[in-house]
Design a binder for this molecule. Structure first.
Ligand SMILES: [Zn+2]
Ligand SMILES: [Zn+2]
Ligand SMILES: [Zn+2]
Length: 104
């Protein structure tokens, strides 16, 4: 999983994301236990997201604490991907664009 690109979107055919370079090519999940911030605080999560810059695992915006978005707000890491089994999509917080793995 080396690189990411903007997912094709008929509504925004010319969309581009200048932050794709923030994705770290060899990034690994910081943990497989779950949202690190929820585990520390004893709160619960709905879905998990992984930061493509540093591997931070945080919870989604359907979760009460929204730790993935909080991580973006705190550290400015723009890109996440789903950390749910079978899901490969990504997201840029700054551009608000869906991303997908770039196979090339
Ligand atoms: Zn972007
Ligand atoms: Zn959380
Ligand atoms: Zn990060």
């Amino acid at each position: 999983m080396a690189a990411w690109r903007v997912a094709p979107n008929p509504d925004q055919p010319d969309a581009s994301c200048p932050h794709l370079g923030e994705a770290h090519p060899g990034v690994l999940p910081a943990t497989r236990q779950g949202c690190v911030d929820c585990l520390a605080a004893g709160t619960s999560w709905v879905h998990l997201r992984m930061c493509l810059s540093c591997g931070h695992i945080g919870c989604c915006d359907s979760s009460p604490e929204r730790h993935a978005t909080a991580h973006f707000g705190r550290l400015g890491h723009s890109l996440i991907r789903s950390f749910e089994p079978g899901e490969t999509w990504g997201w840029c917080y700054r551009c608000e664009l869906m991303l997908e793995p770039d196979p090339s």
